[in-house]
Design a protein around this ligand. Structure first.
Ligand SMILES: [Ca+2]
Length: 458
């Protein structure tokens, strides 16, 4: 389909050509008009000749005589110039107005209230520690969003729908949840897109696939059992964007996030910009097979992490730059409070740290001091609509500033460490920090590699 932007550019180019042609025509007419009284332009009669000779007589040049003549010629060409400029402006604005009025914006944004971003000082003080990370498996692992480890073996899911295991320097395919072909936006829903991955108590893996559902995978045999089907209606709304999963220690309950019932993973930028509150946290009972909605009306619920008492889960609410605590059992079941308000970036996955805290990965920040585009737009839904009318998601992704940030949070949302990679030069698009054997393994929703940060060096 032809993009609105392309149509707009074509219209503008056509209009510019037309206006240039018209302008040249106008200038020609102007020259011709001046030359009607030019003595060399034609044969003069006697009276005209007399007038011409009078004009050619030596005269005393004064300001009074000179000024009107000068003004007259200048105002004439000036008028032509102004008319040309105005025509050009009108012709350029007209198609823009038509585009703005006629095209429907794909998003219907809400006005969001975000607090002023926290100043990046103290624990959030910018550094270059994330640039100490080492890239692994470059051009061999695309979009390894999340990681799980069993013993010394790492598992992850990739953009081509595979679940793979990493043993030493080798990558082995465990299984594939969807079916090929893969690689394009259109193929993503059938290819599958594994996002969250967790080890279960019985040596199996639990995988949240954005489109296909929640699976239990036997890493030895590659057998994959679908527990929850993606796309099904739950509580009258579709599971459209399954994102991350957490499993209890006894393996009896799964909690997972569905980021939106309106948008799919391939439209995540629409979801971020629209800020729709249609995300949910769901619970799946492994024994009864019952699926229930634990919390709803969240704005882009993303990473999910059980707390040690297993009575609540932490949920990254990406669009709101905060982490909520949703109570899933016990006396407060069904309730929710805020674990960490006003983060310096937009959180993705949450994973435990060895010091009893939580690693939170962010691929875009809210610079303060500095300019945060998403904060600026949060109060201006009309501007978001306009941007989405004119630019595609791919173009927008290229203009969103990259900045990878991993923070360690402890109880009460206290920040204890932060690792930065301004401009995402080494570890861009970071989506998860998985601690294993003294290192942080950094997953990415978009990069074609993993990163490994040796914690003893930072
Ligand atoms: Ca995620």
């Amino acid at each position: 389909m032809t993009s609105p932007c392309f149509v707009f550019v074509c219209v503008c180019v056509c209009v510019c050509v037309c206006v240039c042609v018209c302008s040249l025509g106008l200038l020609q007419v102007a020259r011709a008009a001046r030359c009607v009284s030019c003595p060399l332009s034609g044969v003069m009669n006697e009276a005209e000749g007399l007038r011409f000779r009078r004009l050619q007589r030596p005269q005393v040049i004064t300001d009074e005589l000179h000024e009107p003549q000068h003004k007259g010629s200048s105002s004439y060409s000036g008028k032509v110039f102004r008319v040309t400029l105005l025509s050009l402006a009108c012709f350029l604005l007209l198609p823009l107005l038509v585009v703005v009025l006629i095209l429907e914006s794909p998003i219907q944004p809400d006005v969001l209230s975000l607090n002023e971003p926290p100043v990046m000082s103290g624990c959030y003080e910018p550094n270059l520690k994330l640039r100490e990370a080492q890239r692994l498996f470059e051009d061999q692992l695309l979009g390894a969003e999340s990681l799980a480890s069993v013993g010394d073996v790492l598992y992850t899911g990739t953009a081509d729908g595979k679940i793979v295991k990493i043993v030493g320097r080798r990558i082995h395919v465990v299984t594939r949840l969807g079916r090929p072909p893969c690689g394009s936006r259109e193929e993503e829903p059938t290819c599958g897109r594994p996002l969250g991955i967790r080890p279960g108590p019985n040596g199996t893996l639990f995988v949240a696939d954005a489109y296909l559902g929640v699976y239990e995978v036997n890493p030895s045999t590659g057998e994959a059992t679908r527990l929850v089907a993606g796309g099904q209606l739950v509580g009258g709304r579709k599971l459209s964007f399954i994102n991350d999963v957490a499993v209890t220690r006894d393996g009896r309950k799964l909690y997972f996030t569905d980021s939106s019932s309106r948008w799919q993973r391939r439209d995540y930028l629409n979801l971020i910009m629209e800020g729709s509150a249609d995300g949910r946290v769901l619970e799946y009972d492994m024994e009864s097979g019952e699926l229930t909605v634990v919390m709803e009306n969240l704005r882009f619920p993303n990473g999910i992490q059980l707390l040690p008492d297993e009575e609540s889960v932490l949920v990254a609410e990406t669009t709101m730059a905060r982490i909520r605590r949703v109570h899933v059992s016990g006396l407060n079941k069904g309730g929710m409070d805020t674990f960490m308000e006003n983060l310096p970036g937009f959180p993705d996955n949450i994973r435990p740290s060895s010091s009893g805290g939580y690693w939170v990965a962010m691929s875009a920040v809210r610079p303060n001091p500095g300019f945060s585009m998403l904060d600026f737009l949060s109060q201006r839904p009309w501007l978001k609509k306009l941007i989405f009318k004119l630019l595609s998601q791919d173009v927008l992704m290229k203009v969103v500033p990259r900045y990878s940030l991993v923070v360690e949070l402890h109880d009460g949302g206290v920040c204890t460490r932060s690792f930065h990679d301004p401009h995402g030069l080494v570890a861009p698009y970071v989506s998860e920090a998985h601690e294993h054997d003294g290192s942080l393994y950094l997953g990415s929703f978009r990069s074609p590699f993993l990163c490994k940060l040796d914690l003893s060096k930072v």
